[in-house]
Structure formats: structure tokens, C-alpha cells
Ligand binder design. Structure first.
Ligand code: AMP
Ligand code: GLY
Length: 441
């Protein structure tokens, strides 16, 4: 099987790494890829934003399947263009990807489908701001949640107890011509669950937890994700089935009823609150860095699964198999991330890092005169597995120390609480769930 993967980040590197592990291994192509991807696939220089170039490339390579990784080309219609050109595509149409492209439309779909989510108000003018904040946080006793309505690479959301900071963020979005979604604050740990769909049927992958804040202890601003782990030993039994029943299936059915079939991965970002599970956000693609840990544990063949979804032939009773091992990913971010990022810094130590039993996924890297340099905010993720989270985490962190990148930073508390609780539980089935957010920004 010949597969073309569109994208250049850590998610795409992880997808390609997992596809390359299938038996028989597919012939892999990527556009534009990155230096890590280039070790596993033939890379082509069609950019993520150039849909014409992607179609031309597919016509040249004639892949059996095109997998579109990032949200921007999906929202811009890359899947539509490639399908029109006759290719099997894993990735939703622009209309379906609007679920990620517009938080207010996602809220509308959730309301129509009866999916539990935070109460929200969409604000289009400064004059509506104060009343909107009062509506979602009437007692002024929990953090304000202020979201830019459109795509923002995980950085359009501010969660803060400081009303002035909430207003400042909302004003910045509104004056730039955008809309703002104000939300009720959701407490409780977060879970990411990827649900594959062929437009009607849904097959869930294993849940993971992401760490959104830049700094240890969930301090600092929101980012695209600073680390992840899977499995979640603390998660309630039946969580995946509950998400399927209350979130994924009704959403896919609502879209199908509107003649907007969702083919690809419905990323369900969830909060397990004291009042039950709620959707925090939908994305229309795999999450980064959760993909790194989820696919690391998937032992079922991957390419047939993506192809089945792309062709509308996903078997709803698909039983996926998973490694018993735990996986932890630690993101190495460049100087300044998530604010203004410095790029072009040399990266060394990958071999030393991998010699310690981890592997390195490239996200924001480039080759310059034969050397590997940073080219984005999240530069690498270091992924390790182990018998349990503690071991996987120790390995990932030890290996991360081997990476040399001037000014870089990473979190040291990825999976710490979950690992400690799993160890101390020693047979106790329901430890308290970790990851309760503290307001910080
Ligand atoms: P989003 O891009 O909508 O996923 O938001 C990014 C991050 O902001 C989430 O992963 C949460 O950590 C936080 N967040 C978003 N919405 C809420 C909410 N309603 N309550 C609490 N935290 C939230
Ligand atoms: N890690 C969060 C995301 O991919 O949106």
C-alpha cells in the first residue's frame, strides 16, 4: 500500500513511525515532512498550505491513501480537493473540519446532538463582553474562560481568575475582527480521546492525557501541548464507552444528518468534572503530542484502519489491540515558546537520547547546511515506554536531558501524579484522578 501523509509536525512523524511498523510496511511519502520523517518516508516539497501542490503530488505518486495531519489544510478544504481528484482520504472535509475551525459552530452541533459541554456565550462586540462574563461566571468565583473562535494553534484560549486579563484577551480577539466564545469553567482532569470515523461508524483509540500549560505545576500560558501519557490508570472504568455513547456517536450522527459526513479523527477533548464528563473542545485531527503516546501503544495494524475509515468501510466492531506498556512523551520547546519563538538554534544529542531507550519525534526541526536546527515552537518530543508510567516517565525524562538545544525548556512533571498514584495504589482500583487544574494565567 502506498500512503501520502500531509504535514510536517510531531503528529505526522508519529503517524509515519507507526505506519512504518505495520506488516507489511506501506510505501510512505510525506509532504512537506521534516528531517525526522525523512528517515522513514520519501519527502516531497508541497507545503501544507498549497492545496494545488498537494493534488499535483498525489496525481504524481498515485497513493492508495492520503492522510492529512494538521487542521489548517483540513479547514482550507484539502480533503475535499483530494477526494474530488479521486483519492481515498483520511481527514474531514472543510465543512466537517469546521468543528475545529469554529468553536461557536462546535457548540451549536453539541447542543443539537445533546452532547455535554460547558455553557457558553458567543460575543461579537466589545459592548457584550461584561454581560457575557457575568453570564458564564455569575458569582465571579471561578476562572474566566475566554476563547478566540477560530484556529489558534492551541493558543487562543485564556483561563484566568483575573477579570481584567480575560477582558484584555477578549478585546484583542474582537479588535482583530474575530469572535470570542466565553465559557463556564470546567474543573477536573482532562482526557483526550481520538475517535476514528468513516462518516457513520466510530472506533475509539486509547485515551491519553495532555499537559497544556507551559510550565511545571500547570503554571504559565496555554500551549499546543507540552507532554502526554497513556494509559490513564486513574480513569473511571467505562470512560471510553461513555464518550462514545454521549459524545462521539451523537456528534457523528448529527453531522451525517446535516449531510456533512465526518471522515477522519474526531478528537474529543474532555474534562471529567464533579458534575460529570464534559467536552472541552473538538478537534478534527489527531492531537499532538497525544498521538505520540497513543500510537506507540497501538499493536493493531494501522494503515488498514485509516484506509477503512477513508473508504467508508470502518467496521464498528473493530477490536483494537494495545500494548500493556505505558508511554510518556516530553515536549522540548524552543526558546520563548509559546510567545515569540527563536528558531535556527542547533540541536544535538538525539543519538545519545535514543541510546537511552527513548525515541525522538521531530516537530519543529529543519536541516541547515547539514546540521539539525530548531524551526518551530515545539521542536521535538522525546517518547519512552515502560512497564508502568513511572518507568516510562523516568526514561523519557532521562533521555530528554541528552538533548542540547540552546534556550529550550520542557516540563518535568509529565505523568508524575498519575505515575505516583498508580504505584501507591498497588491494587487499589480507584485512586483519585490527577490533573485538577489550578488557575494560573
Ligand atoms: P481548547 O483549545 O478549547 O482545548 O482550550 C485549551 C485548554 O484550555 C484546554 O485544554 C483546557 O486546559 C483549557 N480550557 C478550555 N476550556 C475550558 C473550560 N471551559 N474550563 C476550564 N478550562 C478550559
Ligand atoms: N495537544 C492538543 C492538541 O493537539 O490540540
Amino acid at each position: 500500500m502506498k500512503i501520502l501523509v500531509i504535514g510536517s509536525g510531531g503528529r505526522e512523524h508519529a503517524i509515519i513511525r507507526r505506519l512504518a511498523a505495520d506488516h507489511p510496511a506501506p510505501e510512505l511519502h510525506a509532504a512537506p515532512g521534516n528531517p525526522g520523517i525523512a528517515q522513514l518516508a520519501t519527502v516531497h516539497d508541497a507545503s501544507v498550505s498549497d492545496l494545488d501542490a498537494q493534488v499535483r503530488l498525489a496525481q504524481e505518486i498515485q497513493p492508495d491513501l492520503v492522510v492529512i495531519g494538521p487542521e489548517a489544510p483540513l479547514v482550507a478544504g484539502a480533503a475535499d480537493r483530494l477526494r474530488e481528484a479521486g483519492f481515498a482520504v483520511f481527514g474531514p472535509s472543510a465543512a466537517a473540519a469546521h468543528l475545529e475551525g469554529s468553536k461557536s459552530w462546535a457548540k451549536e452541533i453539541m447542543a443539537a446532538a445533546g452532547v455535554p459541554t460547558a455553557a457558553s456565550v458567543t460575543v461579537t462586540a466589545l459592548a457584550q463582553l461584561e454581560a457575557g462574563l457575568d453570564r458564564v461566571n455569575p458569582l465571579n468565583d471561578v476562572p474566566f474562560v475566554v476563547k478566540a473562535d477560530g484556529l489558534a494553534a492551541g493558543k487562543g484560549v485564556v483561563v484566568t481568575t483575573d477579570r481584567e486579563a480575560a477582558i484584555t484577551h477578549a478585546e484583542a480577539v474582537l479588535t482583530a475582527g474575530g469572535q470570542v466564545v466565553l465559557e463556564e469553567y470546567l474543573d477536573g482532569p482532562e482526557v483526550s480521546l481520538f475517535c476514528l470515523s468513516d462518516g457513520t461508524r466510530v472506533v475509539p483509540l486509547a485515551p491519553a492525557q495532555d499537559f497544556k500549560r507551559a510550565l511545571d505545576g500547570d503554571e504559565g500560558p496555554n500551549t499546543g501541548g507540552m507532554g502526554a501519557y497513556s494509559p490513564l490508570p486513574w480513569a473511571p472504568a467505562g470512560l471510553t464507552e461513555e464518550v462514545l455513547e454521549k459524545v462521539a456517536r451523537p456528534t457523528i450522527a448529527e453531522l451525517a444528518a446535516r449531510d456533512i459526513p465526518f471522515v477522519g479523527v474526531l478528537y474529543c477533548g474532555l474534562a471529567l468534572t464533579s458534575r460529570g464528563m464534559r467536552v472541552v473542545e473538538f478537534n478534527a485531527r489527531f492531537g499532538d503530542p497525544e498521538t505520540q503516546v497513543v500510537l506507540e501503544r497501538l499493536t493493531s495494524p494501522f494503515a488498514p484502519l485509516l484506509l477503512g475509515a477513508a473508504r467508508g468501510e470502518l467496521a464498528a466492531d473493530t477490536e483494537l489491540t494495545w500494548s500493556e506498556d505505558a508511554a510518556v512523551a516530553v515536549v522540548v520547546a524552543g526558546a520563548g515558546y509559546p510567545a515569540a519563538v527563536r528558531t535556527g538554534d542547533p540541536i544535538t544529542g538525539i543519538d545519545a537520547c535514543e541510546a537511552l531507550g527513548a525515541h525522538v519525534i521531530h516537530a519543529g526541526t529543519a536541516s541547515a547546511d547539514g546540521a539539525l536546527v530548531s524551526a518551530g515552537g515545539r521542536v521535538l518530543s522525546v517518547v519512552a515506554t515502560g512497564e508502568d508510567l513511572e518507568q516510562a516517565r523516568d526514561r523519557a525524562l532521562a533521555a530528554t536531558e541528552g538533548i542540547a538545544l540552546d534556550g529550550s525548556h520542557h516540563r518535568t512533571d509529565i505523568a508524575r501524579l498519575a505515575a505516583a498514584e498508580a504505584r501507591s495504589a498497588q491494587g487499589v482500583t480507584e485512586p483519585a484522578a490527577p490533573g485538577t487544574r489550578e488557575e494560573t494565567a
